[in-house]
Design a protein around this ligand. Structure first.
Ligand code: ADP
Ligand code: MG
Length: 280
């Protein structure tokens, strides 16, 4: 079976010569839940934006494939990138939703695949589209917010709505870029629980970037760690001990090991929780 995501020898230098990605190379199988960790500026967002075809890598090297289809190669974005992107749901740290629209419209718009329509206030949805959006909102536990304006949602609810939109879209991959960075501990836990649950029950492939390592270890069997644009670790979460992190990151390991706000929540519950045995 094709990889869900294949990143091959991907490098990116921004103008001014700054190297943001350096020969990044890995594959992710369908149904994996993988954490992408690294300190601020290590290249997490840049990598996720390459996978989704929003940025092209350096010329003459590097490629990205999504379910066996080339999303970019040699610094060129595939011509059918919109098609490829339709299979990917995005959850960003913030700014996920169109504030003036209802939650339902935001989620139902996941089925449209087109930004132009997305911007229209006069969107009309069929009964089926509305039913699908309500189902998705139910799956993420916020069906009662369907008729509110998106602006009225809390940060955690907005992230859950973004996940619901990905479900309506029929995405098989969710790319989440620090989805819990701006959330309180309880909301953060819910968002991670939902990602883990959808990974487990629907086989969605999840690649989630996280600033700190503790949440990564708790939810993701596999961790890819970036440092200055290069992969410095790719393997089981369980083997990523503080000692290994300090060896890989030196002094900047402390940023990743800093107590994560999720750990302030006692008695974690729900699906996907792992022990924190690897954190000393
Ligand atoms: P992270 O998401 O891990 O915090 P980023 O991917 O945002 O890291 O950034 C990686 C590096 O690339 C940083 O040094 C950042 O300053 C640089 N960078 C990111 N985007 C751009 C851009 N559009 N132009 C120039 N440099 C950029
Ligand atoms: Mg980032």
């Amino acid at each position: 079976m094709a990889n869900a995501i294949a990143v091959r020898q991907l490098s990116k230098s921004f103008s001014g010569g700054k190297r943001a990605l350096s020969a990044v190379d890995f594959t992710i199988a369908p149904g994996e839940m993988v954490a992408l960790i690294g300190a601020s500026g290590s290249g997490k967002s840049t990598l996720l934006r390459h996978i989704s075809g929003f940025i092209a890598g350096d010329r003459s090297t590097g490629a990205v494939e999504v379910f066996g289809r080339q999303a970019q190669a040699g610094g060129r974005i595939a011509r059918d990138i919109r098609d490829i992107r339709a299979g990917i749901g995005f959850v960003f740290q913030q700014f996920n939703l169109v504030n003036r629209l209802s939650v339902l419209a935001n989620v139902a718009a996941g089925g449209l695949h087109r930004m132009k329509l997305w911007r229209s206030l006069s969107m009309r949805f069929s009964q089926e589209e509305i039913a699908a959006a309500l189902d998705a909102l139910r799956a993420v536990g916020i069906a009662e917010t369907a008729w509110q304006r998106a602006a009225t949602l809390s940060g955690g609810q907005q992230q859950r709505a973004a996940v619901a939109r990905a479900l309506v879209q029929g995405a098989r991959i969710i790319l989440a870029d620090e989805p819990i960075a701006s959330l309180d501990p309880e909301s953060a836990r819910k968002v991670m629980d939902i990602l883990a649950e959808l990974n487990r029950s629907r086989g969605l492939t999840v690649l989630v970037s996280l600033h700190q390592v503790e949440t990564a270890l708790r939810y993701c069997p596999r961790v890819i760690a970036l440092h200055a644009g290069a992969v410095v670790y790719d393997g089981p979460a369980a083997a990523l001990t503080p000692a290994v992190l300090r060896r890989l990151y030196g002094a900047s390991a402390e940023e990743l090991l800093a107590t994560d706000h999720l750990s302030l929540v006692n008695e974690p519950s729900g699906p996907g929780h792992r022990t924190l045995a690897a954190v000393g």
